[in-house]
Every structure is written in C-alpha cells, then in structure tokens.
Design a protein around this ligand. Structure first.
Ligand code: SAH
Length: 250
C-alpha cells in the first residue's frame, strides 16, 4: 500500500507542476500582458503629443488591433525581451522597426476601412503591414532590401496575414499596377513628398510620410487628395526615421 500511496502523491505533484507550467507558459509566450501595458503607454504618449497632431487620442479600434499583433515575433531574437517597449528597435541591415506610438499614430492618420487598399513603402520587419492587415481589404508593401523583404513576406504568411503582399523594389515609384490607393504609409524619411505616390493616391485618400534630410529633423506630413483632385498637406510632428533610399529619393 505504502509505495502505491507515495506513487499517487508523486503523480499528483507531477500533474500539479505540469498544470502550473501550462498556465504560466502559455500567456508568457503570447505576452498579452506586455501588449496591454504597451497600449496604455501609447495612450498616455498620445495625450502628451503636440497639439499639431490634432487628435483626441488614437482611435480605439487601432489600439485593439495592436493589442493582438505579436510584435515580439517581428523583431530579431536578441531584441525580443524589449519588443513591447515604446521605442524603435534594430531589425538588421541598419534598419529599425518603428516605435509603437508612431505605428499607432500613422495607422490612425490614414484612417482606412474594410474595403480599402493600402500601400506601405518600407516593409522592414512587416509589423506595420500586420497592423494594417485587419483594417483593410488589401495591403501592398514594398521593401528595397531584398533580405528584409523576403523575411517579412515569409513571416506575414506564417502568421496568416493573408491579405498582405510584399515585393522587393524601390517604393519611391509606388506600385502602379495596384493604384489608386486609399491610404499610403511611407515608413522611411524622404527629402520631399514623392510625386509618384501623390499620383497613386485615390481621391479622398490619405498619405502619411516623414519628410526631411537624413538624420536631421524630419516632420511627419499628412497629404490628402480631395474629391476634386486637389492636394492639401499638413505638417504634424517631428520624428526620426531611417532615410528613404533608392533612385528617386535623391
Ligand atoms: N515599417 C517597418 C519599419 C521600416 S524601417 C516595420 O514595421 O518594421 C524603413 C524601411 O524602409 C527599411 O526596411 C528600409 O530598407 C526601407 N526602405 C528605404 N528606402 C526604401 C525605398 N525606396 N523603397 C522601399 N523600401 C525602402
């Protein structure tokens, strides 16, 4: 009897420890708690953003999307522990994944909806494209560094962001085959607003693009194309992006 009883105790202990591991490791892997904290940080950052941003805060629907996208799976292994801090992180090849607040703000500013087609210039890690994915019908994203483009495309497919299409190329020239776009996000700083992208913006569409000299002060610009085809631009806030490269950017 005695050995059996000991066995049962041991079994119970093993089962309890398996249950404990299961209940702590699943959320730890998913990191939902860290994402929730990141959302709170974005909200407080938005409250203190310059009034030029002209917003009452980030659209709650954008924050809900960001609550679900696993940012830690878009950064290199050695950056994973910092994935939910509100700051940019290196992703290799001298490039960075943008700060979560900036991703939230840019996503909010182009204000796209379920039927819309969006263009992103500067796929990088693919994170911004993943945040756009559930908010649009289709997301086209262009990356100039082949290794980053291929890696992001594979990651987005693996995580089942099925409506995102990535191509390697110079995004300065847009993607004419899929134009016009209801929203365009440029995630690298241009010396000027690229005319081909203005051309490819739909009537009623919005483009958000950082403009300024590399490594100097840049400003996030909001470009809107009215129904009559006229263009308005608004300078929103100072930002720091990696430079837009390629033929047209010079
Ligand atoms: N949106 C990205 C962050 C991008 S960092 C993310 O969510 O991770 C800017 C990216 O723009 C870099 O990967 C850089 O290689 C790319 N880039 C720079 N110039 C470009 C160009 N002309 N066309 C396409 N991509 C460009």
């Amino acid at each position: 009897m005695r050995p059996l009883a000991q066995c049962q105790v041991l079994l119970a202990a093993v089962l309890a420890s398996i249950a404990a591991v299961a209940s702590t490791s699943a959320p730890a892997q998913d990191r939902a708690g860290e994402r929730a904290a990141m959302i709170e940080t974005i909200k407080s950052h938005a409250r203190s953003a310059p009034s030029a941003v002209g917003r009452q805060g980030i659209d709650p629907a954008v924050l809900e999307t960001m609550r679900k996208v696993p940012r830690h799976l878009f950064v290199p292994e050695e950056q994973r522990s910092a994935a939910y801090r509100d700051r940019p992180l290196p992703i290799g090849y001298g490039q960075t994944i943008s700060q979560p607040f900036i991703v939230a703000l840019m996503t909010d500013l182009i204000n796209v909806g379920p039927g819309d087609v969006v263009l992103e210039v500067g796929t990088g890690s693919g994170y911004q494209a993943a945040v756009l994915s559930p908010r649009a019908a289709k997301v086209y994203s262009i990356e100039i560094i082949p290794e980053l483009g291929k890696r992001a495309a594979a990651r987005l497919a693996e995580l089942r962001y099925g409506n995102v299409e990535v191509k390697v190329g110079d995004g300065y020239y847009g993607w004419p085959a899929h134009a016009p776009f209801d929203g365009i996000l440029v995630t690298a700083a241009a010396s000027h607003i690229p005319p081909p992208l203005v051309e490819q913006l739909a009537k009623g569409g919005r483009m958000v693009v950082p403009v300024g000299a590399p490594f100097a002060t840049q400003f996030l610009m909001l470009v809107e194309k009215r129904q009559d085809g006229s263009i308005t631009t608004r300078q929103l806030l100072p930002v720091g992006f990696v430079p837009l490269r390629g033929g047209g950017a010079r």
